[in-house]
Design a protein around this ligand. Structure first.
Ligand code: GLN
Length: 477
């Protein structure tokens, strides 16, 4: 079920013309946040009062002011690791359970300026570490297509909220697949932009050289609109390149003639389920029918991608999460029995972080420690360059890459939680795009009625999100 069976720009037109009020859209979204959203456990915080107030402000604006708002009155949800001024931002962790940021992330400001109304903060794996949304301190999220299944992670709440039709769009973060994989499992479209396209200011850092904020929506057109709005230049983030994406109507006409689509053999080998393979093959056929050619490409070092990713991501996480010590932010363990300041840190972190976060911090500290730094971290950094080079070479013979997002459709809740290694391995198809810094998008494949959603992944050279949108809208029309 879609929020409105039409693109966001059509809903905006209705708000501007007065056919529908921002307040009524907001009230409807809030009602489903409280209803369906609660059933799915998709939200950590609901912004009822502030959202209705904002909607009323928008309704009171002049026609001219509304004209300057491409998201005039559109309800949206924000992953709860993206800061929102005055609204709790927990990262689904006990350590930030009551943290209220004093400022909003650049992306939140940009969307609010464009007329969006933030209705709630979505559930996620703790600190965005996970692939099933089961590591959240606030409990797992359920898949809107089957409540027994995982929604994917870590942006599971955002993808479930869009997939269930609660909001037309949401923001997520993607460090190693966290926008694309839950989008694949929930039947939504999700884009990880080129590294540096979107400001990370106000996104709680997990692995800073891999993290990107990106949009999740129910169609490709809305993704282009949101990307154009969140990719604003930002002096607060020195890795933000200031290359704003320019959206264009002709990206969505379904024409892919002349484009070369590469299918890497390494992505279609052992480990890929039949269900996923048979959902992606027709997408390639559809692209051919629309005038694209399909070519074989090879990415010989992607077999090292999971190992490389988990060394680099853990190393950066161990450094980034050291700020959560019980001093500057959030939770501090009960003070009565502290012997030393170290004791306070230790008890705060022991009680404040969940098992997966502790595992990553230990792993990261280990690979950065003297004696192991060269063997693990340095080696991973070198392999990262080899993987980046593989993509550069592949893009000499193709314009976009078509691949799976996840090895299989959503699995049962509880199935993997005691086997972290199996969960890490399931990130095999998504982590490479983050290591290489290239843009990648998940679009829903056409599937048989009653089956679980399966996404196809598209990847393009740096800064070529336009190719992803063009190819993506040809795949799912
Ligand atoms: N599943 C990956 C991890 O746990 C990716 C998470 C993400 O993209 N935030 O690290």
């Amino acid at each position: 079920m879609a929020f409105f069976d039409k693109p966001i720009s059509d809903v905006v037109r209705d708000v501007r013309s007065g056919d529908v009020s921002a307040r009524s859209l907001c009230a409807r979204a809030l009602e489903s946040v409280e209803g369906r959203g609660r059933e799915l456990n998709a939200f950590i915080s609901v912004c009822g009062d502030s959202a209705l107030k904002r909607a009323d402000e928008i309704d009171a604006l002049s026609t001219n002011a509304k004209k300057d708002m491409p998201l005039c009155g559109i309800p949206i949800a924000i992953k709860d690791n993206i800061c929102t001024e005055g609204v709790k931002t927990t990262c689904a962790s006990r350590i930030l359970e009551n943290f209220v940021p004093p400022y909003s992330a650049t992306v939140v400001e940009a969307l609010t300026r464009a007329g969006a109304v933030v209705v709630g903060k979505t559930n996620l794996d703790e600190f965005a570490m996970g692939s099933s949304n089961e590591t959240s301190h606030f409990g797992p999220v359920r898949n809107p297509h089957d409540p027994k299944k995982i929604p994917g992670g870590s942006s599971g709440g955002s993808a479930a909220a869009v997939g269930a039709g609660i909001v037309p769009a949401a923001l997520g973060t993607d460090t190693g697949g966290s926008i694309r994989q839950p989008s694949s499992h929930c039947g939504t479209v999700g884009l990880k932009p080129t590294y540096g396209r979107v400001s990370r200011y106000g996104a709680v850092a997990y692995a800073s050289s891999l993290d990107q904020i990106g949009p999740i929506a129910s169609n490709v057109r809305d993704i282009g609109l949101l990307l154009s709005l969140i990719s604003v230049p930002d002096k607060h983030d020195s890795t933000c390149a200031g290359r704003q994406f320019i959206d264009s109507e002709d990206l969505y006409n379904g024409d892919v003639s002349g484009l070369r689509i590469g299918m890497p053999k390494e992505y279609f080998g052992e480990g890929l389920s039949d269900e996923t393979r048979s959902a992606i093959t027709p997408a390639a056929e559809e692209l051919k029918r629309r005038g694209a050619s399909v070519v074989d490409v090879s990415l010989s070092n992607v077999k090292y991608a999971v190992a490389t990713y988990y060394i680099i991501a853990a190393a950066e996480a161990s450094s980034n999460l050291s700020r959560f010590s019980g001093v500057g932010y959030g939770f501090r363990a009960d003070g009565a029995g502290f012997k030393t300041v170290d004791d306070m840190y230790r008890k705060t972190r022991a009680q404040g972080f969940g098992a997966e976060v502790k595992r990553r911090v230990m792993l990261g500290t280990y690979v950065l420690s003297s004696g192991y730094y060269d063997a693990y971290y340095m080696k991973a950094a070198r392999v990262r360059t080899l993987i980046t080079n593989d993509f550069e070479r592949a893009f000499e013979s193709c314009d976009a890459i078509l691949a799976p997002v996840a090895p299989s459709p959503a699995y049962d809740l509880g199935d993997s939680i005691n086997d972290p290694l199996a969960v890490y391995l399931s990130d095999i198809y998504t982590v490479s795009a983050n290591l290489a810094g290239i843009p990648a998008m998940s679009v829903p494949c056409k599937i048989q009625k009653g089956s679980l959603p399966v996404g196809a992944q598209l990847m393009a050279p740096k800064w070529r999100e336009d190719i992803l949108l063009r190819v993506g809208s040809a795949v799912c029309r």
